[in-house]
Design a protein around this ligand. Structure first.
Ligand code: SF4
Length: 448
């Protein structure tokens, strides 16, 4: 045993995998340190060449600063470039073939002697270290083959966790105080395909789970879906979101990637720009002011100005709250790395800037549409995150006492020179609303 530090690159699924490994080591008596640990476990990402470069650079720095530290590499970069990582000074282990995903295998690789009890450890986590919100990985892998993406090669086909295992994990996480559970994975809309089930069935089962504390009191929580393909937001799923707005956050992150059909074909995506937009508009009809965010790749090989304008048109019509813009980066080992028609970097920069400006405009318009609405917010200090994934500030003069972990507020807009922001006010008649008498006696705001 000794001390260990964890470093995670990349997506929510990776952060979840790190927590699985953290719990395995801590359970065996390792102590976690933020620096100068005996062992550094790096959970790596390979989605862009830049992500790989950062991980290699950090490994070199750790070895230079503390040469006695042993480094263990796991994750997507370890799967895709094991030989390169093995050559790095200080790297003792590069775990591949999915062996690090199961804590038992991981511990064996580190030379830990395992007791029979340890062999019975269920897959999963008991808390989400250091966070109010917890990530819950529901599946791994992807069955698709987008031409720019290396992930299916390193993570394999989609594998789903069982409903029972996931319900137990939601119960555990809520009981230790997490009030928002974010369903994540590599391709969450494909959860259940290998089990002959639909993603909406899982969401219903988790949303209907009743969790109680040890005194038998019901505990509040909400689910949030992380990135999901627009084509996989089925009627069943959207109906469920409409029926249970307090249990399922009205926020969908649906990657568009491009609004131009020719570019989508080159990307090996499976929908047209208009099909994507129609799905957004249909959801907008059904749900009350949902928040839509999206990802767009600019400068995909062959993207011309007219293609880019198709993306602008779809984004402007869909009422998005946020657009994440990614300049195309040729990932070795993917089909599009070999594609012709590379877009000059100046053009890419220009398109990125124009999309950034559009995202800001759309974000502000969305904020203004929320004025006067009631939303539940997870407070973190003097601000919090709303169901529609917006930062909401609490004005201390309007609140008293100890806020619950999930609190309903009325949203107002505060105008500032830098732009508007949302302020959360107590609902009318709430015991948490300040009056001149009680604000004098309880000026502090805290969350329990
Ligand atoms: S859907 Fe496409 S982009 Fe997403 S993980 Fe699968 S291959 Fe990659």
């Amino acid at each position: 045993m000794g001390s260990v530090r964890f470093v995670t690159f990349g997506c929510k699924a990776n952060q979840y995998d790190t927590q699985v490994l953290r719990e395995a080591l801590v359970r065996r008596g390792w102590s976690e340190e933020s620096k100068d640990a005996d062992l550094v476990v790096m959970n790596t990402c390979t989605v862009t060449a830049e992500a790989g470069r950062k991980a290699r650079q950090l490994a070199r720095r750790i070895h230079r600063d503390t040469p006695e530290t042993k480094i263990c590499m796991v994750g997507c970069l370890a799967e895709s470039e094991p030989e390169v990582l093995r050559e790095l000074p200080g790297v003792e282990w590069v775990l591949t073939g999915g062996e690090a995903k199961r804590p038992i295998n991981f511990l064996r690789e580190l030379g830990e002697e395992l007791s029979p009890e340890e062999l019975g450890i269920p897959y999963g986590i008991t808390e989400f270290h250091g966070h109010t919100r917890a990530f819950l990985k529901i599946q791994d892998g992807c069955d698709m083959a987008c031409s720019y993406c290396i992930i299916p090669k390193v993570r394999g086909k989609s594998r789903s966790r069982s409903i029972e295992e996931l319900r137990n994990e939601v119960t555990r996480l809520v009981q230790v105080g997490h009030v928002e559970i974010v369903l994540c994975g590599i391709h969450i809309g494909h959860w259940g395909r290998d089990l002959g089930m639909e993603f909406a069935q899982l969401v219903r089962a988790l949303a209907e789970t009743q969790v109680h504390d040890d005194q038998g009191r019901a505990l509040e929580f909400r689910l949030r879906l992380s990135s999901i393909e627009a084509t996989e937001v089925t009627r069943d799923l959207s109906t469920l979101m409409n029926d249970l707005p307090h249990r399922i956050a009205p926020h969908l992150h649906m990657p568009l990637q491009s609004g131009a059909d020719e570019v989508l074909v080159g990307m090996n995506r499976w929908y047209t720009g208009n099909e994507y937009l129609e799905r957004c508009l249909a959801l907008r009809e059904l749900l009350e002011e949902p928040a839509f965010s999206t990802d767009v790749i600019v400068g995909f090989p062959g993207e011309e100005e007219r293609h880019f304008e198709d993306s602008l048109r779809i984004l402007s019509s869909g009422g998005f709250s946020k657009v994440h813009v990614f300049p195309f980066s040729a990932r070795p080992g993917t089909a599009s790395a070999e594609a012709s028609g590379m877009v000059p970097s100046q053009v890419m920069r220009d398109r990125r800037m124009r999309l950034g400006e559009l995202s800001n405009e759309l974000g502000e318009a969305f904020l203004r549409r929320l004025e006067g609405k009631t939303e539940s917010v997870v407070p973190e200090g003097t601000a919090g995150l709303s169901g529609r994934y917006q930062r909401v500030r609490f004005d201390l003069q309007n609140w008293v006492g100890v806020l619950p972990k999930l609190v309903d507020v009325r949203l107002e807009i505060e105008e500032r020179e830098e732009g508007p922001r949302l302020v959360g006010r107590p609902l009318e008649g709430s015991p948490l609303a300040s009056t001149s008498a009680n604000s004098a006696s309880s000026p502090a705001l805290a969350t329990n």
